[in-house]
Design a protein around this ligand. Structure first.
Ligand code: DX5
Ligand code: ZN
Length: 220
């Protein structure tokens, strides 16, 4: 299993100070930046696009940017985010009719590829695409908004996917997204996740270093 990674979702950051917030949370010990892209079509909310990702890169952010595309269609955004400096691009199977082709497109553009599974989405769709995946993102809330409550059904899904990854000896990160806090992170880690997206639990605190350390300490 991979070393645990904390990926703060800047959806919960102060947008008026996005560059500063991003640097602060990385200096506080976060490994990745989670970048939630919402289109008011696939999900009922609107966030930010590739120009903001590019602006963070131009501002000197070198850490991996983990782009979570909650958009449909996906093709244009895959291309634009690859150009804008995304490290990893994750898409939802429901958002495209050509999942395999789009995962390959992400790889061909030089990024790592991920798939995000909504709470009601079965893990069966993983079977024929596992070889193209660098990350599986288990949604522990319905996508569209930060600050929602963790759905406990995600724990069984994480356990089932961890088994699949280990049985096939695959080098795939297993991420969880939605309602992750310092209180539930240990049970999520024990279920088999190695990558933890957290928005409000981190940006809602006055001291990012303390909360990130608390979360990391819970994962061992
Ligand atoms: C939900 C997003 C999440 C969310 C996490 O659609 O994908 O990344 O912002 O936020 P919290 O940690 O506040 O649930
Ligand atoms: Zn996300």
């Amino acid at each position: 299993m991979h070393l645990p990674i904390i990926a703060p979702s800047i959806l919960a950051a102060n947008f008026a100070k996005l560059g500063e917030e991003t640097r602060t949370v990385l200096d506080a010990g976060a490994e990745w930046i989670h970048f939630d892209v919402m289109d008011n079509h696939y999900v009922p909310n609107l966030s930010f696009g590739p120009m903001i990702c590019e602006a963070l890169r131009k501002d000197g952010i070198t850490a991996p940017i983990d782009v979570h595309l909650m958009v449909s269609p996906v093709e244009n955004m895959i291309q634009d985010f690859a150009k804008a400096g995304a490290s990893l691009i994750t898409i939802h199977p429901e958002a495209t009719i050509h999942l395999d082709r789009n995962l390959q497109m992400i790889k061909d553009l030089g990024c790592q590829a991920g798939i995000a599974l909504n709470p009601a989405t079965s893990i069966d769709c993983l079977d024929y695409i596992m070889d193209k995946l660098d990350l599986i993102l288990v949604m522990s809330v319905n996508p569209g908004f930060g600050g929602q409550k963790f759905l406990p059904s995600a724990l069984k899904k994480i356990t089932d996917i961890r088994r699949k990854i280990n049985e096939n000896n695959l080098n795939i990160r297993l991420s969880v997204d939605g309602g992750v806090t310092e209180y539930n992170i240990q049970s999520i880690f024990k279920a088999g996740a190695d990558t933890f997206v957290a928005g409000s639990a981190i940006f809602g605190k006055p001291d990012y270093a303390t909360i990130i350390k608390t979360m990391k300490d819970a994962c061992r």
